[in-house]
Design a protein around this ligand. Structure first.
Ligand SMILES: [Zn+2]
Length: 178
């Protein structure tokens, strides 16, 4: 297992359109393991392969939600290879989203509240599930990465510039502190 470096804006590789997985081998399983380790270490709740520089349609998600309020986070690792969304609802849900590639920045993004998702596992088996809540939002956010889209691309130009400026400022401050 290995923690991989996470690409951050404005790295042009984040705009890559990822390619479908066609070979379900040990290398794919290794990539998924490394992505989980990288995501947990960050820490984050979702990661797309392109965020570690691999342009393949591979996502890992673990919402790590506690069983009860204020309880210990419970791990629930989910793997999505070649994911597709069917039947997105017209009803939208708004979440204050963040992204490991846009560190420490958050903004409200609206997306379909419920989706029907289809994906493959690391052995090539197909799965389908209805999703809502944070899982639906997170899967849509991660799937955007496969098309080279970041959550800030859903914001108005003005709002996006504000987020990127704030990120730049915080990076500078960190540089001074270090
Ligand atoms: Zn992201």
């Amino acid at each position: 297992m290995a923690i991989l470096p996470i690409l951050e804006v404005p790295d042009p590789r984040l705009k890559t359109i990822s390619q479908p997985v066609t070979v379900f081998d040990a290398e794919l399983k290794q990539l998924v393991e490394d992505m989980f380790e990288t995501m947990y270490a960050a820490p984050g709740i979702g990661l797309a392969a392109i965020q570690v520089g691999v342009p393949k349609r591979v996502l890992v998600i673990d919402l790590q939600e506690p069983e009860e309020e204020d309880g210990e986070p419970v791990r629930d690792p989910r793997i999505f290879i070649n994911p597709e969304i069917l039947d997105p609802s017209e009803e939208l849900a708004s979440y204050n989203e963040g992204c490991l590639s846009v560190p420490d920045q958050f903004a409200e993004v609206e997306r379909p509240a419920t989706i029907h998702a289809r994906w493959q596992d690391t052995d090539g088996g197909t799965h389908e599930e209805d999703m809502d809540g944070l899982l639906a939002t997170c899967l849509q956010h991660e799937m955007d990465h496969l098309e080279g889209i970041l959550f800030i691309d859903h914001l108005s130009r003005l709002k996006r510039q504000m987020v990127l400026k704030k990120l730049q400022k915080e990076r500078k401050l960190k540089g001074v502190a270090a």
